[in-house]
Design a protein around this ligand. Structure first.
Ligand SMILES: Cc1ncc(COP(=O)(O)O)c(C=O)c1O
Length: 450
């Protein structure tokens, strides 16, 4: 698409997928694992630039998903592409577990400056979100000598066996894998739109009190002695669970509980980090300081990179305790350093500003359409909950899927999250003009399906 002037609107010229796309989907269905949780619509991408994705049949889509909250600087940002190309021409791999290169300390120093952890930090590099979480779990066990964990219903932390023990957003992620590898107890998450105990809409203080009480007066007095608990693992904004921001009282309460009992607070910023919420990290909205922070997705604009950043005093494990052949690869780090530079320069602010504009537009559509039950989020991490009607607020997952497909057919890429929510996680370069186009399509798709 680099030869094209950026389009102002999506352009759909064939049925979807078109003839070339169908061949690729057929080959995929024959040779690739069927375990990927792909939506009912089929996007077969060829190239992409900024917020625009072109498929193999020449159709052009406005991307409000960013490869599942990854392409933070937009697709193929020219400065990121240049940084990757220059690095690839110089050093692709040498293995940071055995040798040195400047990229690792450069990015670790940057994280020390920007990650919301009190005092000095150290960073362990990985290739993905789940690996960053695995590192955090191992580190918490190693640092505390404890092995129990607390996580939240509807959370998502990855699919490898350790992180899968935390993950609880859909039963399909667990089915067939027998007992969980780690000793994790799940606790209700304070969703103000649907109080986990009553199902009713509530306020942040009430629901926070109920969920914190569950930990302190139920778990700690029955199955999880606090002195045996290594860590509480939390997303400030649940991602795959349906784009649900936690109330401030709740996260501050978790910090207090952790401090009282020597428990590590692991904040998973894999989806909510790197400017997505209108601040560099979602924790900053809550003045929350973690002991350990997990980072991946948007950090390197699409190259695979994960990081576990922790209090330096915790990360005193010995050589051999944890390492990764590819983790912290120089090309991925070059991309991350450029990504962070662009985020700090302009895109964190843009995420806050355009995110507020997007939410305002979605709230107007909520007034208009009976099937939009809730609009919530921070910055450009916005969830729209689809219900049968406002009177009952009954979740409508099939309707959600139909709206998603109807948007796709009109050239807008959005994706579901949780049981009945549509997530908006566009590239952080999104403009108000893009929002106007996206909302027009969303409005039309909802009118057609609801
Ligand atoms: C909060 C959170 N943690 C961890 C992960 C796992 O990341 P990955 O798919 O890179 O392993 C995800 C992925 O969606 C996530 O949203």
């Amino acid at each position: 698409m680099s030869t094209l002037a950026p389009p102002r609107r999506p352009e759909i010229k064939t049925e979807l997928p078109g003839p070339t796309g169908r061949q690729i989907v057929e080959a995929d269905q024959q040779f690739v694992t069927p375990s990927y949780p792909r939506p009912s619509f089929k996007l077969v991408a060829r190239r992409a630039e900024g917020v625009w994705v072109e498929d193999v049949d020449g159709n052009i889509f406005l991307d409000c998903n960013a490869g599942v909250a990854v392409c933070s600087t937009g697709h193929c940002h020219p400065e990121v592409v240049r940084a990757i190309q220059e690095q690839a021409a110089e050093l692709i791999h040498i293995c940071g577990t055995d040798y040195y290169y400047h990229h690792m300390p450069d990015l670790a120093r940057k994280f020390d400056e920007i990650v919301p952890i009190e005092g000095p930090t150290r960073t362990h590099f990985a290739n993905s979100g789940t690996e960053a979480v695995e590192t955090a779990l191992k580190l918490a066990m190693h640092a505390t000598g404890r092995e129990k964990f607390i996580a939240f219903f509807n959370s998502f932390h990855g699919r490898t066996l350790g992180s899968l023990s935390l993950t609880s957003s859909k039963v399909a992620q667990r089915r067939g894998f027998k007992r969980q590898a780690l000793d994790v107890t799940h606790v209700p998450y304070p969703n103000t739109f649907r109080h986990p105990f009553t199902g009713e809409r509530t306020d942040g203080e009430t629901v926070s009190r109920a969920c914190l009480d569950w930990i302190e007066n139920r778990l700690f007095k029955t199955t999880v002695p606090p002195e045996e608990c290594a860590a509480i693992v939390v997303e400030c904004v649940q991602g795959e669970g349906g784009y649900v921001p936690a109330p401030r009282e709740f996260l501050q309460g978790l910090r207090r509980i952790c401090d009282e009992h020597g428990i590590m607070l692991i904040v998973d910023e894999v989806q909510s980090g790197m400017g997505r919420t209108g601040k560099m990290f979602a924790s900053e909205h809550y003045d929350l300081k973690a002991d350990i922070v997990c980072i991946a997705k948007g950090v390197a604009s699409g190259l695979p990179l994960g990081a576990c950043v922790a209090r330096a005093d915790l990360m005193d494990w010995k050589p051999g305790a944890h390492a990764s052949t590819f983790g912290g690869n120089p090309v991925a780090i070059a991309s991350a350093l450029k990504t962070i530079e662009i985020l700090e320069r302009e895109l964190v602010a843009n995420s806050a500003e355009v995110g507020a504009y997007l939410q305002e537009g979605l709230r107007k559509l909520m007034q208009k359409h009976d099937c939009i039950g809730d609009v919530r989020g921070l910055g450009l991490m916005v969830g729209v909950e689809i219900v049968t009607d406002k009177a009952s607020m009954r979740p409508a997952p099939e309707l959600r899927d139909r709206v998603e497909t109807a948007c796709f057919e009109r050239g807008l890429i959005i994706l579901g999250a949780g049981y009945n929510t549509i997530r908006w996680s566009p590239p952080l370069i999104l403009t108000r003009e893009h929002v106007d186009v996206a909302l027009e399509i969303f409005d039309e798709a909802i009118a057609a399906e609801c």
